[in-house]
Structures are given as C-alpha cells and as structure tokens.
Ligand binder design. Sequence first.
Ligand code: NAD
Length: 501
Amino acid sequence: MSRSQSPRTQADWQALAAGLAFESRAFIDDAFVAAASGDTFESRNPATNEILAQVASCDAVDAELAVTAARAAFTGGEWSRLAPGKRKKVLLRLADLMEANKHELALIDTLDMGKPVSSSLGDMNGAIACIRYQAECIDKLYGEVAPTGEDALALVLREPIGVVAAIVPWNFPLMMTAWKIAPALAAGNSVILKPSEKSPLSALRLAQLAKEAGIPRGVFQVLPGFGHTAGKALALSMEVDCLAFTGSTAVGKQLMQYAGQSNLKRVYLECGGKSPNIVFADCKELDKVAKHAAAAIFHNQGEVCIAGSRLLVENVIREEFVERVLKAAETMQPGDPLDPESFMGAIVDETQHRRILDYIRQGVEEGARLRTGGQAIDGPGYFIPPTVFDGVTPQMTIGREEIFGPVLAVFGFDSEEEAVALANDTPHGLAAGLWSQDIDRIMRVTRRLQSGQVFVNNWAGGDQTMPFGGVKQSGNGRDKSHHSLEEYSSLKSVWMALHRD
Ligand code: NAD
C-alpha cells in the first residue's frame, strides 16, 4: 500500500511496516550523527523479538555537545526572542507535519514498544492536539502590571527558562514527549529530548519533522541513550536549567539529587502511581462500570502511570462485580499489535515481562486469590493476559507496589471511610476514580482523595485543558493545559521608578 493511503487492516499495517526505514542516529546541533563513542544499542520489536535498528548510544560527551548547541541557540535568540506568534506558526507547522505522518509515527511506537496500533493512533492524536494547544496558548498568555503608586511602573514579565532537558519513558513514547516539548518550546526554551532506551525511534522521526517545520538549529535535539549515561549527564549538567521528567519514582528521586549536586536546576517530576478505582454499591449500570474498571487496568497492557490497578469494591456487590470484571477482561486478550482489533499488545521487553510475572508469583505466594490470567503466553514475543487477583490487602506486595503490567488487585470495603483510607494508603497520588450516584458522597470523597486527578463515573477522562500530574511521590509537575506552559517560564519583576512632576 502507498504511504498516502490510511491503513485500516492488519495487512495494511504489515505492508506499511515492511516499507519503513528508521532514523537511528542522534539529532545534535541540526545534524543526524552517530554517538561520539560509536556505540549503539538494539531496538527490538517486543511482539516478535526482531531487531528494528541499532541506535546511537549517547553518553556524557554527546550530552555536552547538545547542551553547548542548546545554550548557543538560546543565547542567540533566534527562537527564545522570537515573537510568540511566530513560534506559534512553526509549532503549528510541526503539528501539521505530524498529522500528515501520523500513521507512520503510530506504527513506529507500536513496533518499538508493543502497544496495539489503534492505541498508538490515539496517542498520536493526543500528541498533535497537545502541540496545537500549546502553540495556540503562547500568544495569549499575558504578563502583569502590578498595582503601584504614580511613582513607579511595575511589570511582571514571563521569560523562557533556558535549556530544558526532557527525559521521558517508553509507555507512551511520543505522547509523553509532546506533553513536555510542546510547552517548553512554545515558551521559547531550547529543548534536549532523551527518549527511553526502550522506545527511541519515534523521537528521532520527530526530529526530522521538527527540522522540516523550521525549528532553528540547536533549539530541539534528540539524544538517544541510557538513563545512567545520557540521562544522568543531562541531569548533572551545569548548563541545563530545567529537567522535565516522566518516569519511575525511583529515578525521579535521583534526578532531584543530581539537581542538588549541580546547579539547582528546576526539576518537574511525573512519576509512578498505584491508582485506586472505587466502586460504591449505589452506582448504576454495573456491566458498564465493570468494563471501564477492566479497561482502566488492561489498556496499554497495564503499562500506564494512571492505570486503575487497585479496584476497591463495596463488599455487598463485590462477588457479582468481580464476575462482571472477569467477563469484560475475557474480551481484552492480547493479540498482534498490528491488528487494529487487538485491545492489548506485547509487554515492552523481557525485563518488564519477567518483572510482571514475578509480581504475579508474589501475589499467589502472599495469599491473594488469582481469578484469571497469571501465565505468560508462549513467545516469540512477550505477552501476558489480563490477570485479576481478588482478596488483596494493603500488606501484600501486589497491593502496594506499581506493577506496570496487566494485573488488577481487587480489595473489598464496607464503608466510605474505609474506602478513602484504603485509597490513600499509598505513597503515590497520581489518579483516583470513584463510581457512585450520590452527589454528596462524590464531593466528600473527591475532596478527601490524595490524588492529582479524580475521575468521577469515568476513568481517564480529560483533554488538553486539564492539568495532568500527581501529589505525594507521584511527582510535582503538571503536564498539559496553560499551567504546564507557565512551568517552562520564569517570572521577571521589573520596577521602573517614574518622576512625578
Ligand atoms: P524509568 O524511570 O526507568 O525511565 C524513565 C526515563 O528516565 C528513561 O528515559 C530512562 O532512560 C531515564 N533514566 C533512567 N535512569 C536515569 C538516571 N539515573 N538519570 C537520568 N535519566 C534516567 O521509567 P520507565 O520504566 O521508562 O517508565 C515507567 C515509569 O514511568 C512508571 O513508573 C510510570 O508510572 C511512569 N510514568 C509516569 C507518568 C506520569 O505522567 N506521571 C506517565 C508515564 C509513565
């Protein structure tokens, strides 16, 4: 099939995949280059275990080159001092190019990390919408004139921060990228993107599109490599002014230390979760709620920061509700990621596959009741079916730790107070859901949940207008909405003395 046609069937996607060529070099100072060391790492398709590309493995030397180019671009002002309306035009051009190439971008993420292609297409729509939203925001964000007497004019100006390093994970490779780079670029910063070593390829394709869109030299660069080499070098750099991170809580903690050891750069963290999804007995349409509860954990193979991994069900309906969840889970089995009908795809790699199976083993050993799933599906790729444990308690490992896989832990509760206490009994605070028809209860519980976002009678609803981020050890940053744009700028207070006569 030709590139201009939209793929619809599994065969269409396979044909498109057969014709793909991957950019696998780093994008530094406006050029695609090998790592200075010449080192590469393998990018594999986790659904087939085939090697897709040998990708430049950047380290501290390459990071230094990128940081120098980013700083020069920022100081030069071609982007940082460009009128916001002109930056907007370039970013809208980038969004248009992404739109024109969205099937290819979606396919790259699917091949690189195993998610179903229909899900990747949804991610592309989200990524493009984010770039457009932030581009449109930037020429509508005003500074302030502070209240003074006649003897002064006091301005609060909003300025770009400088060099932003965006370090992102593999579970939504291009969408997480867009959530960082769109506001950071719109605000006028120079951005160095460090994609995950497990999914670097769409970021490199994006670099090609950014160049084509006209983003000036050194303003957007992509540094593929490992966390402990490329990522750490950026985080310790004295010339990086801000770290925008999405990833695990453990690495988030390290980044704060690196900032302290270096130049006190700003650190925005979007970290892990163990999100509670609370079902009260008064909620309506239990079948529909059960489907949402299953999708909340099995979407993207459970590799979702806001996965509804803890299902808290009022005990009076628990038995029947779990049966409905099991029925829904049955329809969500993993399949070929290139089949648009597949609900789940492959687990990202062997390490994550092993990790998930290890958690399942611990769940069984610690006495949780395995109701479905639990066994790996035979390879060559890495597949795990929807897995549901009932009778989970907060003491069990699977009830406490983020698994990042298709494993649901069901808890029972008898009262609203118990539900809230269970929900908040976690170091994380990224997302929470509640299902009820009682508006008083909805408002009471919503206010008591320690969570960056609360979904009422839905899971994962929202759009670009809503800030996305966590509390507690889920992080301190906010992606999306104009709040994220504000994070990537500094306030400058200007007090101008005026003569009164
Ligand atoms: P990770 O923390 O292992 O890696 C994330 C990124 O950090 C990668 O690019 C990695 O190379 C880099 N990194 C690792 N060690 C580093 C170091 N020492 N210095 C600098 N960079 C380093 O996370 P992951 O496995 O890629 O992603 C899964 C995690 O991401 C989960 O915990 C998930 O909840 C979280 N996540 C959070 C959100 C959110 O918005 N809150 C969204 C998606 C994923």
